[in-house]
Write a protein that binds this ligand. Structure first.
Ligand code: FPP
Length: 248
């Protein structure tokens, strides 16, 4: 009997891109310098995973808790998001990527909201990898929204309480019909999920590395994939049940 490992690359990878600030501080530079380097790492990562045949890549760019950072850092980040979208939308579009955003847009400035809408609209028909950017996103916010949506559908008589199941619930989440992530990566050495895709991470494989986000290069990404390939995904079954005879 052989242990069934993951023969194919993950279909959906989600990443907490952590460590920009520390990367900059180690170089006696302001945190904003780290975020700018973080954009370069993001670009490399999108290219690498699109090339690896990944269907969905979800990146945690700004959490609903990140508003608590110093005002100057928040406004630098917002500016950086606008400039990055202006700079890279055409390039990603030409490569056939679809770009989507999840999170609450209400608090963003009009300029950023408009840029997000433009980017989504431009790439909506693309059939390459879908890049999903979580911005002002929080797992609790997402779950509460889905609960509200279900409650409204029940109130409107569209479905009954008895009809509420996993699938109905998940359809109200920001990722909707997108398959749950196969692999979760967090750089920067912390081992927590920080209110990221709480519902969807139920059976996801977790990979934590010490590498700071600006240093997350092709070698580090390959290490994450190699580790994923070694994992045995059991979904609640026993190891014996998911083992397969050699040659199968
Ligand atoms: C975490 O590092 C990083 C962020 C909160 C911002 C992430 C944003 C980028 C990498 C830019 C990506 C841009 C787009 C358009 C998707 P940290 O500041 O928490 O680092 P620290 O833990 O070392 O302080």
């Amino acid at each position: 009997m052989t242990v069934q490992s993951q023969a194919s690359n993950p279909g959906h990878i989600c990443i907490i891109m952590d460590g920009n600030g520390r990367w900059a501080r180690q170089r006696l530079m302001p945190r904003s310098f780290g975020h700018r380097q973080g954009v370069d790492a993001t670009r490399r990562c999108v290219e690498f995973f699109a090339g690896a045949g990944v269907d969905y890549l979800t990146l945690f760019a700004f959490s609903s808790e990140n508003w608590k950072r110093p005002e100057e850092e928040v406004s630098n980040l917002m500016e950086l998001f606008i400039r990055s979208l202006q700079r890279y939308t055409d390039e990603l579009h030409e490569k056939g990527l679809r770009i989507r955003f999840i999170g609450n847009r209400d608090r963003f400035a009009d300029k950023l909201r408009q840029q997000i809408e433009q980017t989504e609209l431009k790439t909506v028909d693309n059939r390459g990898m879908t890049l999903i950017i979580a911005a002002n996103y929080g797992g609790h916010w997402d779950i509460v929204n889905a609960a509200r949506e279900l409650a409204t559908r029940v109130q409107d008589g569209e479905i009954s309480i008895a009809q509420i199941d996993d699938r109905q619930f998940a359809s109200g989440l920001a990722l909707g019909e997108v398959p749950s992530p196969d692999l979760f990566i967090r750089t920067g050495g912390e081992q927590r999920i920080s209110n990221f895709l709480l519902w969807q991470l139920a059976y996801t494989e977790f990979y934590f590395c010490d590498c700071l986000w600006p240093d997350f290069d092709d070698r580090e990404m390959q290490l994450a994939l190699d580790e994923y390939h070694r994992r045995q995904r059991r979904y609640g079954k026993t190891g014996d049940q998911v083992e397969v005879p050699p040659g199968c």
